[in-house]
Design a protein around this ligand. Structure first.
Ligand code: C5P
Length: 218
């Protein structure tokens, strides 16, 4: 049969990344952080002086991203971009770049190449709807916008980055609206997705829920 994939889609700062990484670790599966590819495309555009409005040029960058993954770090053309990749400003740029159909299709094959034995956990916005429509388990992860802003705030503070909750909340809402309202691969639950609201759950409880669902699918 096909190589198993667990998709975890949802809005910004819903905890997808942490959940996906932990589920992948426990199952010994590969991990695809698809948002990192859009973020890397945005950084590549910045480096090359390419405008975030130039769809064909952005697509060319995306189609030939000189990315390397080593020791849990990500390199773009040899430069360690692990930290800049995670900046809020990079997320905002990624959300603009990701609106373009030509960029999305340029990253499609790269995403499919992560599907290797023994299996894959993929997180993003369109893993279940577009990239892996045949995935046997699709989770749509949500949390209240207040919770998400608060978590993001904590994360930044722990990295020594100051930020106001109000600004974070406003940024989240702008990014969610753009991701949900774009015409290509908008953020929405796949028809066969199971919804998980983790507003009141800790990471362990969320992981347990996904692993329980996964066991039920075997
Ligand atoms: O998940 P993350 O915050 O890293 O994603 C950054 C941006 O990349 C999102 O706001 C979204 O616009 C875009 N993205 C996407 N499709 C994905 C993953 C991310 O459009 N599968």
């Amino acid at each position: 049969g096909a190589i198993p994939v667990i998709c975890i889609d949802g809005p910004t700062a819903s905890g997808k990344g942490t959940l996906a990484a932990e589920v992948a670790r426990q199952l010994g599966y590969h991990l695809l952080d698809s948002g990192a590819l859009y973020r890397a495309t945005a950084l590549a555009a910045q480096d090359a002086g390419v405008s975030l409005d130039d769809e064909p040029a952005l697509a060319r960058l995306a189609a030939a991203l000189p990315l390397a993954f080593r020791d849990h770090r990500i390199f773009l053309a040899g430069r360690d971009i692990t930290d800049p990749l995670r900046l809020e400003s990079t997320g905002g740029m990624a959300s603009r770049v990701s609106q373009y159909p030509a960029v999305r299709s340029a990253l499609h094959a790269l995403q499919l190449s992560f599907r290797r034995l023994p299996g894959l956990v993929a997180d993003g916005r369109d893993m279940g709807t577009v990239v892996f429509p045949d995935a046997p388990l699709k989770v749509y992860l949500t949390a209240s916008v207040a919770q998400r802003a608060q978590r993001r705030h904590k994360q930044l503070i722990s990295k020594g980055i100051s930020a106001s909750i109000e600004d974070l909340l406003a940024d989240l809402q702008v990014r969610d609206a753009r991701d949900m309202n774009r015409s290509t691969a908008p953020l929405k639950p796949a028809e066969d997705a199971l919804q998980l609201d983790n507003s009141e759950l800790d990471i362990e409880q969320s992981v347990r829920q996904v692993l329980n669902w996964w066991q039920g699918r075997q």
